[in-house]
Design a binder for this molecule. Structure first.
Ligand code: MN
Length: 221
């Protein structure tokens, strides 16, 4: 893996106080996921899009009790707050999640208990990938596809609009995200243009199943 040349970007108010939320360091360089996810898309996606969600989340929670809350606390009650909180807390959570499940030298397949659970639920890993791709392709406009552990402790593929996610109290299906795919055009348009299906195929080549397994294993059975 290429050494990480990126620093966490902390932002400070004029008084020198740290903002409640900051852009986390990418765990790899911008070019690490080439040729599947290209360097320019990664750089813009991280430094412009993700940064904007962080900046706008800090603005949206400024002077409210949410400034002291964790992202998860905000998401679990987000229906009570303005749309700017929903969009930007979701955007910050979703992108942080996404960067952490990607890696170079990745793209194999799940192992162990997760592999067994996927095979049980979807009949095979191939069938799972097909159903997940369908969720990403059929999400009209901007949004995300997810594999979650739902409230019945069952694996389920869902999709969400915009920057919503399954941790939000207003989600159609709630659960713990195990893997998520950004299907906004900003995630793929420079390299794949209108071909979202090709981008989804490329995603499997950079998905780090070891991270997905860790999330699965951390959920009490
Ligand atoms: Mn994005």
């Amino acid at each position: 893996m290429l050494s990480n040349q990126l620093q966490a970007v902390s932002t400070f108010t004029e008084e020198g106080n740290s903002e409640p939320f900051s852009l986390p360091a990418l765990p790899y360089s911008y070019e690490a996921l080439e040729p599947h996810f290209d360097k320019l898309t990664m750089e813009i996606h991280y430094t412009k899009h993700h940064q904007a969600y962080v900046t706008n989340l800090n603005k949206a929670v400024d002077g409210t009790k949410m400034a002291k809350w964790s992202l998860e606390e905000i998401l679990s009650t987000v229906s009570k707050y303005p749309l700017a909180v929903r969009n930007n807390a979701g955007g910050h959570y979703n992108h942080t999640f996404f960067w952490n499940i990607l890696a170079d030298n990745a793209g194999d397949s799940p192992r162990g208990r997760l592999a067994a659970a996927i095979a049980r639920k979807f009949t095979s890993f191939e069938a799972f990938k097909e159903e997940f791709a369908k969720a990403g392709l059929s999400r009209f406009g901007s949004g995300w596809a997810w594999l979650i552990m739902n409230e019945k402790k069952d694996l389920q593929i869902v999709s969400s609009p915009n920057q919503d996610n399954p941790l939000m109290d207003l989600a159609e299906v709630k659960g713990i995200p195990l893997l998520g795919l950004d299907v906004w055009e900003h995630a793929y348009y420079l390299k794949y243009q209108n071909k979202r299906a090709d981008y989804i195929t490329a995603f499997w080549r950079v998905l780090n199943w070891r991270e997905v397994e860790k999330k699965f294993e951390s959920i009490p059975q």
